[in-house]
Design a protein around this ligand. Structure first.
Ligand code: MN
Length: 189
């Protein structure tokens, strides 16, 4: 049986045009994480692409907008059937403006995540044990976070709204890549 997978990426920075994709992390939600390291001259990763492109699996992200754009740029794939814990959090945790992965892991799961390695050199040939641990921790809690956020969305009557937003995310990523990254196309001006 094909399960839903938690997905995250690490890159040389946050600018897709400048900063390359370095690592893709996956977890099936059972406590294991798998890291795929990509070198600057080889983005051929047929097995990874096959798993990510499977429309039957939900791909769970935190801030999917970024990961979807960078995977589109470097792996050449457009994902569908996604869930974003950051989007869910923004729709339901309206009592706070803290929607970082670290924040929601602490509040919803009582788990402390260290973000120390976030801005490290992900293009390094060999990742340090600290980087590997950090990269794994970014996908290990996504299934449980989704569960908690879904309970809250349901309680507040926002499940459908959230799903509609998740369905739009691949197109939001496409708008970013097509030049609308800093514009709210729904705004009046
Ligand atoms: Mn990450």
């Amino acid at each position: 049986m094909k399960g839903d997978i938690a997905v995250d990426t690490e890159a040389m920075g946050l600018n897709n045009k400048r900063d390359r994709l370095c690592v893709v992390q996956l977890s099936d939600g059972n406590g294991d994480a798998h890291l795929v390291q990509l070198s600057h001259d080889n983005y051929k990763a047929p097995n990874l692409i096959k798993v990510l492109s499977d429309p039957a699996r939900v791909k769970i992200f935190h801030f999917a907008r970024f990961d979807l754009s960078i995977m589109r740029c470097y792996l050449g794939i457009s994902l569908t059937n996604v869930y974003c814990t950051r989007t869910a959090s923004r729709l339901v945790r309206t009592y706070t403006d803290r929607h970082g992965y670290k924040d929601i892991c602490r509040e919803l799961l009582g788990v402390e995540i260290s973000k120390q390695q976030q801005s490290s050199d992900w293009g390094a040939k060999t990742l340090s044990p600290e980087q590997v641990e950090y990269a794994a921790s970014d996908v290990l809690h996504l299934h449980k976070l989704r569960e908690k956020l879904n309970e809250m969305l349901s309680r507040e009557g926002r499940t459908e709204l959230a799903q509609a937003c998740f369905n739009f995310l691949p197109f939001r990523a496409e708008l970013d890549l097509a030049g609308w990254e800093n514009e709210d196309i729904f705004a009046h001006s």
